[in-house]
Design a protein around this ligand. Structure first.
Ligand code: ADP
Length: 430
């Protein structure tokens, strides 16, 4: 990323440790130091061309201090860099203000130095932010009213003075506007961040509400049913009937167990950071299929795990949650009317993305419902025995992996789910 390369150049490598507004300040400080550097070098040439002498040491100090500011800024000594830069800015404006006639208007740059102080120190270092404008004011008064014969006076023609005043006014005006723009931009960005965070929180709250409501309902249903079955068991004297009841109880307990596991997957995905590890696609798929061996319908379906083995660099836990849910769904929603039911898994490596497909010839999903199957607790078939959470979790997990999922399905023909996610890359800098 070009912008990232530039950022590292001016701000050093510890970008991720900086807050958004600190990063903006670092960039502003570097930009201003580069302007200081160019002004110092530029004036050496201007004075040389116009025959003015004696200011070279001041320019040398400006150049040196701008360079040190850049280095401090890069090394992370931000406060020190700001102190140095605002000091040298005050110093150079004072030298010109005291050396030139007041009619050149250089003193207007004291306004710029004061604004720069606010922009560079910010509210966090407000004592320094307020201290430097006081220094600017004092230097202005001294340059205007004081005695400073040690500074060489610059000779001006009337015409040069007019041009000088105009250019000083324009330069100071533009710089002031740029700094005020920077300040309102920082303010706007942090306000926007708060609004975005609030929207996210409101969405998370609404989801949590729905989740608690549906989850408690889904947990209570099998519990009530188990309680009823226990009563039946106590009343029944028939051994065969008692065994049927025990099997029904086991089924409901398994259902609750699956549901709780899904909730745990959801929570793990939200809590744990993304991992990157090399894994064999063949081994992962094999492990998932083995884990599903005792699921209903397993024996009736031919599973093709794909011929190729790829080394995937990804988050193994998360990918396992995704594939496990998709393959388990293909088993659940198989079509008993087909002569040979199948599930095909295929892993493909594209330019900078992995793509994994899980295809079945099961009962399929009606077109009008396909857009809703990734919603929380949504079930598209009456015969669904699950909670309706699986694909919602899959979508959330894939989003954490910076990937996406699509479905292609036809009623009574089958479904094909395609998961794509990128090869690993560093987290982008905002
Ligand atoms: P569930 O726990 O009900 O399986 P999911 O979130 O995993 O919930 O899936 C949502 C709905 O999408 C399911 O209820 C089912 O109707 C439909 N579905 C998911 N996968 C398939 C598939 N492979 N074939 C047919 N229907 C599917």
């Amino acid at each position: 990323m070009r912008r990232r390369w530039l950022l590292i150049l001016v701000a050093g490598k510890n970008l991720s440790t900086l807050s958004d507004s600190d990063l903006r300040m670092v960039v502003l400080r570097a930009t201003l130091a580069l302007v200081g550097l160019s002004v110092g070098i530029g004036y050496i040439f201007i004075d040389h061309a116009t025959g003015i002498q004696g200011n070279e040491p001041f320019y040398a100090v400006t150049i040196a201090c701008s360079l040190i500011t850049l280095l401090f800024n890069r090394a992370g000594y931000h406060k020190l860099a700001s102190i140095l830069f605002v000091s040298i800015l005050n110093f150079i404006v004072f030298i010109f203000s005291a050396g030139d006639t007041y009619r050149s208007g250089v003193y207007i740059f004291f306004v710029v130095t004061s604004l720069t102080s606010f922009a560079l120190f910010g509210y966090k270092d407000r004592t320094l932010a307020l201290f430097f404008p006081i220094v600017s004011l004092a230097l202005f008064l001294y340059s205007f009213w004081g005695e400073h014969s040690f500074i060489p006076k610059r000779p001006f023609t009337e015409e040069y003075l007019q041009i000088n005043f105009t250019s000083n006014f324009i330069a100071a005006g533009v710089t002031s506007i740029a700094i005020v723009y920077f300040l309102i931009n920082v303010n706007f960005q942090s306000e926007k961040k708060v609004i975005d965070k609030n929207e996210q929180l409101a969405k998370a709250n609404a989801e949590l509400d729905r989740f608690v409501y549906s989850a408690s309902h889904d947990l209570r249903a099998p519990l009530s049913s188990i309680l009823g079955l226990v009563n039946l068991y106590e009343l029944s004297g028939n051994e065969a009937e008692r065994e049927t009841i025990i099997n029904l109880i086991r089924e409901r307990v398994n259902k609750m167990d699956n549901f709780i596991n899904e909730i745990l997957d959801y929570s793990r995905n939200a809590r744990l950071s993304l991992r990157q590890e090399n894994i064999s696609s063949r081994e992962l798929i094999h492990e998932i299929i083995e884990g599903l061996r005792y699921s209903k319908n397993f024996e009736k379906i031919r599973i093709d795990p794909g011929a190729d083995d790829h080394v995937l660099c990804t988050d193994p836990e998360r990918l396992k949650i995704v594939l496990n849910n998709l393959i388990a769904n293909s088993l659940k929603y198989f079509d008993p009317d087909k002569t040979q039911s199948y599930i095909k898994i295929d892993v493909q490596k594209n330019k900078d993305m992995w793509s994994i497909t899980v295809e079945d010839n099961g009962i399929g999903i009606p077109t009008e419902l396909q857009g809703r199957i990734f919603e929380m607790f949504y079930r598209a078939h009456d015969r669904s025995e699950g909670s309706g959470l699986g694909l919602y979790i899959v979508k959330e997990v894939i989003a954490r992996m910076h990937g996406s999922i699509t479905v292609n399905s036809e009623l009574n023909r089958g479904s094909k789910f395609t998961v794509t996610f990128p090869h690993p890359k560093p987290d982008p800098v905002s």
